[in-house]
Structures are given as structure tokens and as C-alpha cells.
Design a protein around this ligand. Structure first.
Ligand code: GDP
Ligand code: MG
Length: 192
């Protein structure tokens, strides 16, 4: 797979022409989305990772094989964020989802140590409201013991109040590679 950075979008009017199917990466700030891009596509520094949450305020477009876009949405939910910033985030995301883009699927990243938060629920409502199919990816799964993995899946299912089925939950570790094979085969089934 050949992946390259295409553009950063700060305003809705800067979005690329509608055409290529878009896989939307969304979730809390610091959940591991940039690390996912790098590890999933076998690149070391394509997407900037940071231990300091809340850096990315734009939508970042990546072009894969000139076939699809991977869209990295700005994260949310980090500490010390003002109400104004939450409102700005909601507006940008809401406007993006309201655009008639060629949405293929959303990868909603959830930190396996944290589970579903209030803003994850807001995000899920945008996805459901716009009929965008989605999966949940439990990130940083390498941090969990076997027993914790089993319980976080149950917890997430409960937290989502039956909006999702167990086969919509994937696990992933950018550092250890857990879950990559399964996610790759899902990805390939979507694209090829
Ligand atoms: N242990 C572990 N740490 C991770 C993993 N993915 C990301 N991280 C770390 O979590 C932090 C945030 O990652 P980043 O990819 O920048 O998150 P983003 O804000 O969602 O793009 C960084 O310090 C990463 O090294 C993972 O799978 N396992
Ligand atoms: Mg990032």
C-alpha cells in the first residue's frame, strides 16, 4: 500500500473534491490515531504522534494507492479544554459529517484503558445520524492483561447500549502489532 499525506483542512471549504471513498479516523485526543496510521501502513513518521494531547486541530487527508482517503479527524476530550474549544470541535465535526462525502466507514478509536466517554457518545451520534458505518477500535491493547481485554469489550458493549455488536469491536496495538492482521483483512475487504 502506498500512502501519502495529501492536505490539512482547517475550514470545510478546503475539503478535497468529493470522489474517493473516505475512511474516517476519529476518537479522543491521544488515543493513538497517528500511531495507527504509521503502523498500519508501515511508515515510521508519516503522521505526527505526540505524547501531549490536543495538538491536531485540522482534518488531515492521506491518500492511499490513489484509491481512498484516510481522514484523521481532530481529537477531543483532553483535560483543560475550554467550552469554546469543545463547541468549535463539535461544529467542525458536525459540518464535516453533514457534507455529502463519499463515506466508506469510520474507525472510532477508543482507548482500551478508558472506554467510552461522553464525547465518544456525541461522536457516535454523529455517525449514526449520518448513516455512516463504523467499527470501534480498542487502542493500546498491549497495555492490558488478557482478563482486562475480555472485560473492556463487555464494558464497551454495555456503554454503547446495544448500538453495536461484538463483531464491530476490533483491538489494536501500534507498538506490538496486536490486531493488525484482523484489521488488515477487514480493510482489504472494504477496498479491494
Ligand atoms: N503502548 C502503546 N502506546 C501507544 C499506542 N498507540 C499510541 N501510543 C502512544 O500514545 C500517545 C499518543 O499517540 P498518538 O498516535 O499521537 O495519538 P493521537 O492523538 O490519537 O494521534 C503517544 O505517546 C504514543 O506513543 C499503542 O498501541 N500502544
Ligand atoms: Mg494525531
Amino acid at each position: 500500500m502506498e500512502v501519502k499525506f495529501e492536505k490539512s483542512v482547517h475550514l470545510i471549504k478546503q475539503l478535497p473534491e468529493v470522489g474517493k471513498p473516505e475512511i474516517v479516523l476519529c476518537g479522543r485526543s491521544n488515543v493513538g490515531k497517528s500511531s495507527f496510521i504509521n503502523s498500519f501502513f508501515n511508515r515510521t513518521k508519516l503522521a505526527q504522534t505526540s505524547s501531549k494531547p490536543g495538538k491536531t486541530r485540522s482534518l488531515n487527508y492521506y491518500n492511499v494507492d490513489d484509491k481512498i482517503y484516510i481522514v484523521d479527524l481532530p481529537g477531543y476530550g483532553y483535560a483543560n479544554v475550554s467550552k469554546t474549544e469543545i463547541i468549535r470541535w463539535k461544529k467542525l465535526i458536525e459540518d464535516y459529517f453533514a457534507e455529502k462525502r463519499n463515506f466508506l466507514v469510520a474507525f472510532h478509536f477508543v482507548d482500551s484503558r478508558i472506554g467510552i466517554t461522553k464525547l465518544d457518545f456525541v461522536l457516535n451520534s454523529f455517525l449514526v445520524g449520518n448513516n455512516i458505518p463504523y467499527i470501534i477500535i480498542l487502542s493500546k491493547i498491549d497495555k492490558l492483561k488478557m482478563s482486562e481485554k475480555t472485560s473492556i469489550k463487555k464494558i464497551v458493549l454495555q456503554q454503547m447500549e446495544n448500538r453495536i455488536s461484538p463483531d464491530q469491536i476490533y483491538e489494536y496495538s501500534s507498538t506490538k502489532g496486536n490486531g493488525k492482521k484482523k484489521l488488515l483483512s477487514y480493510y482489504n475487504s472494504l477496498i479491494y
